[in-house]
Design a protein around this ligand. Sequence first.
Ligand SMILES: NC(=O)c1ccc[n+]([C@@H]2O[C@H](COP(=O)([O-])OP(=O)(O)OC[C@H]3O[C@@H](n4cnc5c(N)ncnc54)[C@H](O)[C@@H]3O)[C@@H](O)[C@H]2O)c1
Length: 426
Amino acid sequence: MSKIAVIGTGYVGLTTSIGLASLGHKVIGYDLDPAKVEMLQAGQLPIHEPGLGEILTAGIESGNLQITSVLSEAVSEADFVFTCVPTPQDEDGSADLSYVISASAAMKEFLKPGAVVVTKSTVPVGSARVVEDAIGRSDVEVASNPEFLREGAAVHDFNHPDRIVVGARSTEVAQKVMDLYSKIDCPKILTSQATAELIKYASNSFLAIKLSYVNDIAALCEAVGADSQEVLHGMGLDTRIGNRFLEPGPGWGGSCFPKDAKALESIASNFGVGLPLITSAIASNEAAHKRVADRVTDALGGSLSGKTIAVLGLTFKANTDDTRESPAIAVIEHLVRGGAKVVAYDPMVTKYELAGLSLADSAVAAASGADALVVLTEWPVFRTVDSAEILQAMTGNVVVDTRRVLDQAKWQAAGAVFPNSSSRAV
Ligand SMILES: NC(=O)c1ccc[n+]([C@@H]2O[C@H](COP(=O)([O-])OP(=O)(O)OC[C@H]3O[C@@H](n4cnc5c(N)ncnc54)[C@H](O)[C@@H]3O)[C@@H](O)[C@H]2O)c1
């Protein structure tokens, strides 16, 4: 079993720390944020991630997992140091490496000879060299081990990944990192640093393109009166296409797809390669957000001025508390720009600062006095809200369900009107 330090205990770092401890390694997680460290030391999760709390407690109790706010304590004994810090989008769309560089520079004096620094943050091609330069030690190796977890299913994805990718200058170093996952049974790829870095961006951008295509096809279904669910089901039965990731919605978002698609565009342009599909997917996604707002506007007679819109869901998808780059927020911004007042309910969000948006503590409270109701996140709990009670609380009866979570027939029977929703073709 190895001694491991994990730098950054956010969605990825925390899952990595706790996951590696559950495999039997001795792990010390480190974060700059003292409030986060304090919570974790007390066995509390600072994020919502199903199943993670239980293994956090198990990790601490077994003695395999510690959390510290002292960098030297985390790093000085470690054989491997995983970097899981943010790589946000820079103003020009490229990935901002400043967190990765400062974390690498800060740890260099504490690393023991022979340590391997493993980048888990999503970083552009060539970043391994940047990390090597920031560390500046010939007795330390640098590897790339991109993370593919999905928020909301992070624990499952740690234990049952579709693949694990490790890139390093030498196969020997890559294999040493891969051996940390010896208890996990899945396809394992040992490769170069650049290939590992690109596998991550190419995968996320492909998924973004797929979702944009799905949303465009759903819009076409609506225009021609075809049933988008049946069309997408029929497509997904083709094994070359596959039936996953074929759900239409209000657009894609989250902390990864938008920034990773932009970053790949930027990487390609630096190398003189055009990636027009990604550019189109980004434009299609922005159109998807606006399409939802337009549908609400049209259903309310062409103007949102003075209207109140109830929104169900703010997170970028269900089973997370993450609102970063959420399509729900993008749609709400359109609604507010159009003159509406928005009242939203989300089971995991109690605070969000946006002019024109206020939060309610239940679906019924959000619906009170609303002219229209818009579902923007596929929280399972929305399936069971009482349609009659909600419609009674509303002033209007327009319902736009971008995630198809509501039982449309039941809602229609209770008096709801679903504008423009794609209907079964006749
Ligand atoms: N969130 C995801 O679903 C996901 C999936 C795959 C890959 N990634 C990638 O993983 C990386 C981390 O993403 P995240 O969502 O976990 O971010 P996050 O914002 O949730 O967590 C980052 C953590 O790093 C800490 N931090 C920042 N600088 C630090 C430093 N110098 N030393 C110690 N701690 C520091 C922050 O306080 C924070 O707790 C990003 O590159 C992201 O693109 C994220």
